[in-house]
Design a protein around this ligand. Structure first.
Ligand code: NDP
Length: 282
């Protein structure tokens, strides 16, 4: 308890002494957000819009993107454009970054957030799905980062990668998803080292999220786990804030930080708890 208390106090003190977030600093910033037709990505787009940014959003469904763009303009975006793309296609991933760079005349923020639909439940041994999901949730992130890094280097820019507790801890019922999130954490965590060693201007922020109340997540977990879901608009705000403050890692909600920190301390008890929390009713 003493250790836990001291640690929390130290972390809070550290946070207080760090730079503060100013929404004003995002005015006019050139931003690309993926997976922005629904859920957390949509909320990220709305926050940036409210803060007066210039935004390009992408996802597959054009008619939904059109609506989000309209709302972004109503909220105060300096510019809002969309480009429909399927992240299973590497050419699309490349095309999206090129479009954003051209239309916005550069990039300050890139938020990689999209995920392909994936079944939730006991793994059904579908190897092709794992390969496909890797394309959508991981390879396209790498492709987009490669295309965006030179533009971000010029602007002291930020690359934000939306990950999950599933990328930090082994949990049941989302095996292909977990594989893609561990891959993201491994790749972009290692990239952070290399960029720092090269004294690069780019910051990379990896966001670890817990359960967020998006429609797709709520639908998936029904009957498998019973725990509080946190609001998507708040998750989106924390993602932007962490990126703007150039933090290496962001955790939302709070318990994701402690779960990641204590993950390997008591593996036997951790596994017992996980297998009790997630319900399996064959
Ligand atoms: P949603 O399912 O609500 O949104 C996914 C987005 O990705 C949509 O805009 C969808 O639009 C787009 N998308 C899906 N497939 C493709 C594709 N092939 N090509 C391009 N775009 C695609 O997800 P959430 O908002 O819940 O999650 C957002 C991020 O947050 C993800 O990275 C997720 O891992 C992370 N996260 C979410 C949690 C949660 O509980 N919600 C928990 C932990 C992490 P369209 O269908 O139009 O293509």
């Amino acid at each position: 308890l003493f250790l836990f208390g001291s640690l929390s106090a130290a972390l809070i003190a550290l946070q207080w002494s760090g730079p503060t977030f100013s929404e004003e600093s995002l005015k006019g910033m050139r931003v690309l957000v993926t997976g922005a037709s629904t859920g957390i990505g949509e909320q990220v787009a709305y926050h940036f819009a409210r803060m007066g940014a210039q935004i390009v959003i992408t996802a597959r469904r054009e008619h939904v993107l059109k609506e989000v763009v309209k709302k972004c303009m109503d909220l105060g975006a300096q510019k809002a454009l969309y480009i429909a793309a399927d992240m299973a296609e590497m050419a699309d991933a490349e095309r999206v970054v090129e479009f954003a760079k051209e239309q916005l005349h550069g990039l300050d923020y890139v938020v990689l957030n999209h995920i392909g639909p994936s079944p939730y439940g006991m793994w059904d041994a579908d190897v092709d799905h794992v390969r496909w999901l890797m394309q959508v949730n991981f390879h396209s992130y790498v492709k987009m980062a490669v295309k965006a890094l030179p533009a971000l280097e010029k602007t002291n820019g930020s690359l934000i990668v939306v990950s999950s507790l599933y990328g930090k801890m082994c949990l049941p019922f989302g095996l292909p998803y977990a594989a893609t999130k561990f891959a993201l954490n491994g790749f972009f965590g290692s990239l952070q080292h290399e960029l720092a060693m090269k004294h690069s201007n780019i910051s990379v922020t990896i966001c670890t999220l817990g359960l967020i109340d998006t429609e797709s997540a709520m639908e998936k977990i029904k009957g498998y786990i019973d725990m509080p879901a946190y609001p998507a608009h708040e998750a989106a705000y924390q993602i932007i804030k962490a990126g703007a403050l150039r933090e290496n890692e962001a955790f939302y909600p709070w318990y994701t930080f402690y779960a990641s920190l204590f993950r390997d301390w008591f593996p036997y008890y951790r596994d017992q708890v996980i297998r009790k929390v997630y319900k399996y009713q064959p």
